[in-house]
Design a protein around this ligand. Sequence first.
Ligand SMILES: *[C@@H]1O[C@H](CO)[C@@H](O)[C@H](O)[C@H]1NC(C)=O
Ligand SMILES: *[C@@H]1O[C@H](CO)[C@@H](O)[C@H](O)[C@H]1NC(C)=O
Length: 557
Amino acid sequence: MIIMESWFFVFGVSLILTLSVQGTHAADQPNIVFIIADDLGWNDVGFHGSNQIPTPNIDALAYNGIILNSHYVQSYSTPTRAALLSGIYPMKLGMQGPSFLAAEKKAMPPHKLLPEYFKEMGYETHLVGKWHLGYSRWNETPTFRGFDHHFGFYNSFCSYYDYLSTWRYNDHDYTGFELRKDGQPVFEETGKYATDLFTDHTVNVITEHDTTKSLFLMLSHLGVHAANKGKPLEAPQETINNFKHVVDANRRTYAAMVAKLDESLGSIVEALDQKSMLSNSIIVFISDNGAPTIGSFKNWGSNFPLRGLKDTLFEGGVRSVAFIWSPLLVQTSRVSTDLMHITDWFPTLYTAAGGDIDALDPELDGIDVWSSLVYDLPSPRNDILINIDEKTRNAGLRFYNWKLIVGTSQNGTYNDYYGHIVMENIEDVPYNTSAIYDSIAGRVIRKTNYSPLTEVEYQSLRYQATVKCTAVKKNECDPATGAVCLYDIPSDPCEENDLAKFFPSVVRRMKRALVDYRKGLIPQIEGEIDIESDDPKLFKYTWSPWLECADSSCQIA
Ligand SMILES: *[C@@H]1O[C@H](CO)[C@@H](O)[C@H](O)[C@H]1NC(C)=O
Ligand SMILES: *[C@@H]1O[C@H](CO)[C@@H](O)[C@H](O)[C@H]1NC(C)=O
């Protein structure tokens, strides 16, 4: 009986999907605008309960879409982007290690990436902003990996006005220019604030888009990653001046950087609306990992009250800010705690675009959750391999409500709580729901009448989306000591109460699952830092591909 019912259920769902996909042609396929913030903290958006940095556009979209509150990413940039574009767990690609460095001879393995699938479906594909998946040869760069166009940078960061990135190797600083358009350096754009520049470019792509084709656009912001040492945080002074209530000068600049990200979303929604593309668009917003409140590339972001930072497998490192907004979603204005992993976007967006997931690599780790998102159906995702790093021996796994952490990154330096540090001595401003209602995104959504919410309803969603630490017993576990830590995340989202000794059979089962996953691990790809050959001064002071391609067709003209 149960079996019959579930067959009926599956048949019913696939019937709905088949009907909705039938008869689609290029122009009916949804436009996809996927926006990635860099190193944005869990607690740095209004919809997660913070009163410090108003994010009215982000909040308007989140409340009118679906807040994805159990959305897991990798703990730093390169692996997250590898997982997103391949749909595969990074440890199966040799990409589970640290992010790529400038002049490092490493690249994303030659898997067919998400934008290549979208091109095959007739989409125009754009990447604006950060790549961070290798550039030693031209054929490793975005326009050779499925993007028709790229406007942005190849390494992990640069400065926000002059687009220079400085790396210290062998006691020497190497500085190179980073901004490129389809491979060519674009010096003439220098001086414009990066978040505005990438937003304006995105708005132009939308405004000039040939709407007989659908658009697949990834906007991978530099904001709010730290820039060069000496001047890690940068924002326009007039924006910084809006945050006089933030006493700490660094946190104040950070707040302005987040406000610029928020404006970006407003401008993009407005451009999609003016081009009459919005009613057939899907907008996703995520952070690539948690904020590094302290440590290298610290940006004064906050993952409060979550534990850990970027570079850890605690929730503060891997549970990211995320929402999806689209008029194509039927059940919206809700907080989803269904597990979702960064790899899931691959089959999910492919399905949303009318692609046949049977055509995808069966080795894909991503799970198609499109119908769960659209109709609020039970999610097919029950577990997530957070990572296995065979060098640090740090691994993490989610299994239903459970989370197991083995070993540690960074010798355990970042396993504590940091989010509150940057929140001290700061006057909170009251949460202003009218500002959300009146934001550009709020107005556009309202005007186009996608059953928008009232201000009162915002508050209840916000309450649901705010993490509350409810662990009664504190039972600390520091994996740096060699302990294995087990947490019940729904009741203990702040990872304060280790349950390993109370649930030994769960620990055994999850360790066994990790051992099984370990069999599919590919050792981390190796590649030295080849600064002799990639010294920016050899390339007109730019960070440039420096190795010959095996195939001459991959040279940029
Ligand atoms: C961790 O500790 C070892 C041994 O003390 C040291 O060699 C290594 O550099 C440390 N790593 C980090 C990331 O601190
Ligand atoms: C809230 O935002 C609105 C703009 O929508 C503004 O007019 C109002 O002054 C703000 N209220 C407070 C208390 O800041």
